[in-house]
Design a protein around this ligand. Structure first.
Ligand SMILES: *[C@@H]1O[C@H](CO)[C@@H](O)[C@H](O)[C@H]1NC(C)=O
Ligand SMILES: *[C@@H]1O[C@H](CO)[C@@H](O)[C@H](O)[C@H]1NC(C)=O
Ligand SMILES: *[C@@H]1O[C@H](CO)[C@@H](O)[C@H](O)[C@H]1NC(C)=O
Ligand SMILES: *[C@@H]1O[C@H](CO)[C@@H](O)[C@H](O)[C@H]1NC(C)=O
Ligand SMILES: *[C@@H]1O[C@H](CO)[C@@H](O)[C@H](O)[C@H]1NC(C)=O
Ligand SMILES: *[C@@H]1O[C@H](CO)[C@@H](O)[C@H](O)[C@H]1NC(C)=O
Length: 688
């Protein structure tokens, strides 16, 4: 109890260090438009940065120009970005609130407040909507002094949204009609290529609904912005001098005249922003053929203009769905604790923002509606495609929101390995070294994590099957699953010197956690065999597990019986035995309750200010594994110690990068990772 009160007091302090109201807290970086690996826009925070105190950034930290002004009775205020064009004052941030899908700022511009809502939809059960690589910005103004005021609003984006190299040439067009859209793209398109993690293909789109009160303009940043600051309207002209992103910085702007604004909030003005490329992914099929794949939404739209028109028109409904989803997540997670609900809300967009849902075409050019595959980019640690040991920590969010998402994420790996092109006896680490190239590893030289990935695949396949009552994966890929089980049977009890998912911690022989993962994997295959009616394998695998478990516990329990060791025979070593989570998730009950009680009691004695270290080699930890571990604690006080320490880290104001899962337990500083989908593992308690 004492520890908990202390940490809450510290939190109250850090929360009050920003001058605005932050609900539930001021995060390391605020998600603004986060939907895909290439539409990933954030506002860096550190100790606290107002919406108009810095430029928005791509997840890597590179600038993405996105500017906003509001003009009130002839005086112009900046509310978004850091454009520094003379003649505008700065609005003052009043509040920031984030939910699972929305980041909502209120900025005071003299006598008017502007409500700025960034909505990045998460649509787990609607693949068409989930696949749309667009996000909303909604602006609404209200008088704060009881009087009426004349108000207009302005926003623009720069060409930084389409390239990782600002010296490259872009071109652009503006289309008019019911919807006004600026399109900007690289003049030299490079299929499937990335510079600094930006895709060098496709186009960015900035749109708004037309009315008689809308104006537009494209041109040099300082000129277009000055036009609005001075006049409150744009000139409806296009600059057609195509040039480099950083050559007199072309920007793409819209302004809305809101007329007279009173103490009733104005009807929101909607902007949408997105990035579209086609084809999106190349994927290896049989005979080393690379298949081009398109984002799922193309099966319902023949043009980006039609897609944008529907997306703009869907705003009110999308907001309604977002509010319902936000409320459900908030209420489910609050049943654990309010700190837990806060961490979960920050994790949802980040996890979904690494995914893309795709389809292939038949030879006649029509869509192959049954051939859905979901791809995941291993953001920031490296650019691997569908990394198994990144899917695994993220897995709880897929189970919680819609298990078929997991099916289509696994399917690409299963199909590829069933072609026989992957040469190793164990499960592949990933589907391709560099997103968006899901081109496999026919040379078998992917990062070797043999035990980790075999166990992970078996566990994910069974958990999908259990949650969905769909036997298709286990029926179709039985041979592959048996092959991987055979590998684990031979290797898991005495794990060879190898890395686990925590590869940054280095290789180690006899890792207890890998043996645990393997044994649960074998039991998973026993259960799968039982579902398939294969009683021979069912009994064989479970009798092996029964033999292994006492041996494993004998090797891995410290002689004082207080904890499992990190690796066999190293008495004083220990680590987060997060792999036990799968035993609860699958209901396999391989390990006795006494092991959970032992680990629960132990962690309460070794927790640092910001959590329990990953293992005894270092003081750092992983937030995803901490919350997996929290989910298996048999004592809710200790469970809450884990949750509160992750909250404390996330809210400590030390980082200005999209939430990193790898951080130090002594001082709360973040290590190299950021924006990774593994934060889906923060929902571990909701998936049980
Ligand atoms: C926007 O709509 C108005 C009518 O409401 C029309 O007069 C105007 O031409 C349209 N603007 C553009 C740029 O299409
Ligand atoms: C912009 O560049 C692309 C790619 O080279 C080209 O297809 C397109 O026609 C260009 N658009 C304009 C308006 O010049
Ligand atoms: C993907 O492969 C293509 C060749 O097919 C290559 O041009 C591109 O650079 C690769 N992308 C990445 C991110 O490595
Ligand atoms: C049990 O499974 C292991 C691993 O696949 C295999 O080596 C062994 O032959 C099997 N035993 C029986 C009786 O099926
Ligand atoms: C791994 O553990 C087994 C069982 O305790 C032991 O025989 C073996 O020497 C250990 N291997 C290493 C490399 O420490
Ligand atoms: C739960 O753990 C806390 C320490 O974190 C301890 O004080 C408390 O007695 C434990 N409760 C039970 C029921 O074991």
């Amino acid at each position: 109890m004492g520890t908990k009160f202390l940490s809450l007091a510290t939190l109250a302090l850090s929360a009050s260090s920003v001058s605005w109201n932050a609900t539930p807290f001021n995060p390391p970086s605020v998600p603004l438009a986060v939907r895909t690996p290439y539409l990933s826009v954030w506002l860096p925070q550190g100790a606290g940065t107002a919406l108009n105190g810095a430029w928005p950034q791509f997840w890597t930290g590179s600038t993405l120009g996105w500017a906003g002004y509001i003009r009130v009775d002839g005086a112009t205020y900046t509310f978004l970005g850091d454009p520094a064009v003379p003649g505008a004052k700065s609005a003052v941030q009043k509040s920031l609130e984030f939910t699972s899908m929305q980041s909502i700022f209120v900025m005071t511009a003299g006598p008017v407040d502007i409500n700025v809502n960034f909505l990045s939809p998460v649509e787990p059960t609607d693949f068409l909507k989930q696949s749309i690589p667009f996000s909303y910005l909604a602006l609404s103004a209200v008088s704060n002094d009881g009087r009426s005021h004349t108000v207009s609003v302005y926003t623009d984006i720069s060409a930084e949204w389409v390239s990782g190299d600002d010296s490259l040439t872009v071109n652009w067009t503006t289309t008019t009609g019911n919807i006004l859209t600026h399109q900007v793209m690289l003049e030299n398109q490079e299929l499937y290529a990335e510079y600094n993690d930006h895709i060098q293909q496709g186009a960015a789109y900035y749109s708004t609904q037309n009315s008689s009160s809308v104006t537009y303009q494209t041109g040099q940043d300082a000129i277009v912005r000055a036009q609005f600051i001075k006049n409150g309207v744009l000139a409806n002209i296009e600059d057609i001098n195509f040039r480099a992103v950083n050559n007199d910085w072309p920007v793409f702007a819209f302004a809305h005249d809101l007329g007279t604004v009173s103490t009733t909030a104005s009807v929101p003005v909607i902007y949408t922003v997105g990035h579209v490329r086609d084809p999106a992914i190349q994927y290896i099929v049989a005979n080393d053929v690379y298949q081009p794949r398109s984002i799922y939404f193309w099966s319902a739209y023949s043009s980006v203009a039609d897609l944008i028109s529907d997306f703009v028109g869907d705003y009110s409904a999308a907001l309604g769905r977002a509010q319902a989803f936000d409320l459900k997540v908030q209420s489910d997670a609050s049943a654990i604790s309010s700190n837990y609900a806060a961490v979960v809300a920050l994790s949802v967009r980040q996890a979904f923002g690494a995914l893309e849902i795709t389809l292939s075409k038949k030879s006649d050019g029509s869509w192959n509606a049954d051939d859905i595959l979901i791809f995941l980019k291993e953001i920031s640690s490296d650019g691997n495609v569908n990394t198994v040991d990144v899917m695994m920590p993220a897995w709880p969010i897929l189970l919680y929101t819609n298990p078929p998402l997991g099916r289509y994420l696994l399917l690409g790996l299963l199909e590829y390995q069933a072609t026989g092109q992957y040469p190793n006896a164990w499960a592949a680490h990933d589907l391709g070294k560099s997103y968006p190239n899901a081109t496999g590893h026919n040379a078998g030289n992917d990062e070797a994590m043999p035990l980790e990935e075999c166990g992970n695949m078996l566990i994910m396949v069974l958990s999908y099957t259990q949650k969905s009552y769909d036997m298709s994966l286990i029926t179709q890929y039985t041979d592959l699953l048996n092959q991987w089980t055979g590998y684990i049977v031979a290797e898991a009890l005495i794990p060879a010197n190898q890395i686990s998912t925590d590869d940054f911690a280095g290789a180690l022989a006899n890792q207890t956690n890998l043996a645990i993962n393997g044994v649960i994997g074998i039991q998973a295959m026993s259960t799968i065999s039982g579902i398939l009616g294969d009683t021979v394998n069912q009994q064989n695998y479970s009798s092996i597990v029964q033999r292994y478990v006492p041996q494993l516990l004998d090797y891995a329990t410290s002689s004082d019986g207080l904890h499992l060791t990190l690796n066999y025979g190293h008495e004083d070593s220990w680590g987060l035995s997060y792999n036990l989570y799968a035993d609860k998730l699958l209901g396999t009950n391989v390990f006795p309750e006494s092991v959970y009680d032992m680990q629960t009691a132990w962690y309460a004695t070794v927790i640092n200010t910001y959590g329990v270290p990953l293992d005894t080699r270092h003081t750092y930890t992983k937030s995803d594994w901490e919350l997996w571990t929290a989910a298996i604690m048999t004592n809710t006080t200790t469970r809450d110690l884990f949750i509160d320490s992750v909250y404390k880290y996330a809210a400590d104001g030390e980082s200005n990068k999209p939430l990193g899962d790898w951080y130090d337990t002594l001082d709360g500083t973040v290590h190299g990772f950021r924006a990774r989908p593994v934060v889906g593992g923060h929902l571990a308690l909701l998936a049980l």
